[in-house]
Each structure stands twice: as C-alpha cells, then as structure tokens.
Write a protein that binds this ligand. Structure first.
Ligand code: AMP
Ligand code: MG
Length: 321
C-alpha cells in the first residue's frame, strides 16, 4: 500500500521532499484530495496521467502557495487580481495566459498557451506547496471519470500502489472541486466549471460569466461527458423511490421506501450537501441496490456545482476511445 502519513509538520516536510524527488503525493485541499507532482517535473507529471488514466488533452491545475508564486508563471490582469484578492486562498481556479519561458511541463497545460492556477485554502495544501517552493499540479486523486475522493481512505482505495504517499488530514470541508473561470481572453470571462465559489459571488465582482466555448482545443470537464460517476446507475430528480434502490436525499422530507437512504443535508443546507456529496455517493454505490435515486437539489449557490456533478455522474458510459 501507499504510505498514509498524518499531515503534521513532519509529514508535510517529508511529503515536500518526496515531491522534490519526483514522487506522487496525495494531499488534502479544501475541495477534494489532490494527486500532486511539481509542475516542472515532466516525468512525475506523466505519472499523474498514468495513475489516473487521465486523457492527455485534459490539462491540470497548478497550485500556488500565494499570489506572487502564481504571478511567477501566469499573467494576472486587473480582473484576475480582483478575483484573487477576494477568493484566494480558496476554491477558485483562474485560467490565465502562461508566461513565456517558464519551465511548466507542457503536459500540465495540455500544450496550450494558458494555465489553470489556484491558491488552495487548506493549511496542509498551502504548507506543502510553500515547503516545496514550486507550484504543484494536483488533479483529484481518483481514477479519471470516477467519484472524487474526500478522505485519505478514498484515495488509498482508488489509486493503491500508484501513489507513493498520502497525507491524511481528515475529510475535505468544501467537498466539490474549484470553480474554474477562464480569463485568458481580455474581453470575456467564461465559467468552465461551477464549483466551490458560487457563480453569483464572482459575477458580483467582474460581471456576467459566459458559458464554456464548445469545440476549441480545450475540453473543459463539463464537456468531457460522464465524470464523477459511481458504478451503479444514477437517477436524478427522483419523485419516488423503489425498494431495490438507494436514495440520496436532500432536505427535511426524504422520500420513503428506499433500501438505504443517506441525506446530503436534512436541514436543506447546500454547503453541507456539497461537503457530503462524494462520500455519500461512494457509500450508496457500495450498497446492494439496482440504482441510486437522487432527490431534486436547488440550483442556486453551491447547488449549481452539486447539480453539475450529479448530471455528469448520471450520463451513460461512453465507449473508451
Ligand atoms: P481537475 O480535473 O479538477 O484537475 O481540473 C482540471 C480542469 O481545469 C481541466 O479539466 C480544465 O477544464 C481546466 N483547466 C486547467 N488548465 C486549463 C487551461 N490551461 N485551459 C483551460 N482549462 C484548463
Ligand atoms: Mg477530477
């Protein structure tokens, strides 16, 4: 098994050394657990794609310790500065022009002239990147397309031997991935993925966000089709539930009749629901049921990200290219 280390000062120092030696280290962020490698280390970055079986056209997010580390490899315009000021450290990724001549592995950017950057808020993630002294690429520490990990045990179960170290700091507080805003074009701002910072809060600072462009060289995760998927079929907007189904409920009045029920938030709180989403999907997926039914979840605030993950988790499996 990969080694699970407590995320104390010693564990973080050991993990930073392991990253510097080109090893893969899984670590907690406030969104989900990430699978980290230093962005300049081509071989380690290649191992991330192998471990996750991630398609190479899907770029990685570079995690910086602070804004000045981010500005070392990406151009932040006035809009980016404003969003960074408001939401970094935190679950917001900005897609920005990559500076010329910086040694970021082309696999991190999928060969593009832009780079996705964020400063994570989790103290372990920040300390780790700080100690490493270089940006750390860290997609979710799970097999590509499957449910994201929100505990160290999820990572160990999904990736096993392919990850060298796992820093364990308990469950993630936000529970869904970062919001991704593409600011690489000066005239437009696009929401590539709803996430931990609600769209409304971003639009209040820089105006309306456009949707992701379809076509184009980059396929944002929203366009990748089935993702975040459990093994059992997922049925959304359930108004009834059958006796051979599991129920993912929301709110004070869960539907009756399911074989097993977990409630994302009995008091109807979307922040609590986001934090529970992936762990509950995993637990229901392990139950002896035909399918998982999901009750309707409001779309405002964090609800946009929750509904986005569920929608993609419910898409039919595509043939593997
Ligand atoms: P994750 O799968 O959580 O690691 O998020 C990675 C996602 O960030 C990718 O699937 C892209 O949608 C987005 N992303 C990262 N870098 C870029 C980039 N340079 N251009 C466009 N999107 C990017
Ligand atoms: Mg992921």
């Amino acid at each position: 098994m990969s080694r699970i280390l407590p995320a104390d000062a010693r564990g973080i120092r050991a993990a930073a050394r392991a990253l510097a030696e080109g090893r893969l280290v899984a670590f907690p962020t406030e969104t989900v657990y990430g699978l980290g490698a230093i962005v300049t280390d081509d071989r380690a970055i290649a191992r991330i794609f192998l471990a996750k079986r991630r398609p190479h056209h899907n770029p990685l997010i570079a995690h910086a310790a602070d804004r000045s580390m981010a500005a070392g490899f990406a151009w932040l315009d006035e809009r980016a500065e404003r969003l960074a000021e408001a939401f970094w450290p935190g679950p917001l990724t900005l897609v920005l022009p990559l500076k010329n001549g910086v040694p970021v592995s082309p696999m991190v950017t999928a060969g593009l002239s832009t780079v996705g950057v964020r400063v994570p808020a989790h103290p372990v993630a920040r300390r780790l990147v700080e100690e490493t002294g270089l940006p750390v690429a860290a997609p979710s520490a799970n097999r590509s397309g499957r449910v994201s990990p929100t505990t160290a045990a999820h990572v160990a179960r999904d990736l096993g031997e392919t990850v060298d170290w796992i820093l364990d700091a308990g469950p993630c507080s936000v529970g869904v991935e970062s919001t991704i805003v593409d600011l690489s074009e000066p005239e437009r701002a696009r929401l590539l993925r709803p996430g931990g910072i609600p769209r409304e809060r971003i639009e209040a600072l820089i105006g309306p966000l456009e949707g992701a462009a379809s076509g184009g060289p980059v396929r944002s995760p929203g366009l990748l089709g089935r993702h975040y998927a459990p093994r059992r079929p997922l049925r959304l907007e359930a108004q009834r539930v059958a006796g051979d189904e599991a129920l993912l409920a929301f709110g004070p009045e869960p539907l009756a009749g399911a074989r097993v029920t977990l409630n994302l938030s009995p008091r109807g709180d979307l922040v609590e629901a986001a934090a529970n989403l992936f762990a509950m999907l995993r637990r229901l997926d392990e139950a002896d049921v035909r399918a998982i039914a999901v009750m309707p979840i409001p779309r405002e605030g964090l609800g946009e990200a929750i509904n986005d993950r569920l929608r993609r988790a419910a898409l039919p499996a595509e043939p593997v290219a």
